[in-house]
Design a protein around this ligand. Structure first.
Ligand SMILES: [Zn+2]
Length: 151
């Protein structure tokens, strides 16, 4: 999924890592001929790439980023009380991660362009910011969705 570069930091080896607006990082090494990014070696070069998009594989893999805090959660829904909006394609806003918590039963969670994920009792599933998705109750289910952002 395309994510915007919002800043940079250096890892323990002093390699440059771009901070993306999904809260994942991505190395932007200049290692020709494998990675041809001469811009990443200078401050001006890095600054010129702020706002540009990189493909974030960690979002596609639904990997929950570190350092986020929960700020809100939905009531507990059942198969009879799932809001209609959740059954159709929808997404969280920029900078907001969601996490589905299944308390009992089973829920199918389908991120756009990916295969459906079965989320069972006691399991969670991650929803990256702005990634279209929908859910469906398989049978009796109880779940809620918690929302996370960077403090
Ligand atoms: Zn990401």
């Amino acid at each position: 999924m395309e994510r915007k570069i919002v800043g940079y930091h250096q890892d323990e080896k002093e390699d440059w890592v771009a901070d993306l607006d999904c809260f994942h990082g991505q190395h932007v090494r200049h290692e020709p001929p494998f990675f041809n990014r001469p811009w990443s070696a200078s401050e001006e070069g890095r600054a010129s790439k702020i706002g540009e998009a990189l493909n974030c594989v960690r979002c596609d893999e639904l990997e929950f980023p570190e350092g986020l805090s929960e700020y809100k959660r939905t009531p507990t829904f059942t198969q009879n009380t799932i809001p209609k909006g959740l059954l159709h394609q929808h997404s969280t806003k920029a900078g907001t991660w969601g996490q589905i918590h299944v308390l009992s039963g089973r829920l199918m969670y389908t991120p756009e362009g990916q295969s459906s994920i079965s989320v069972k009792q006691g399991e969670t599933a991650n929803i990256p910011p702005q990634m279209l998705h929908h859910v469906a109750a398989v049978s009796d289910v109880k779940f809620y969705v918690a929302f996370y952002r960077q403090e």
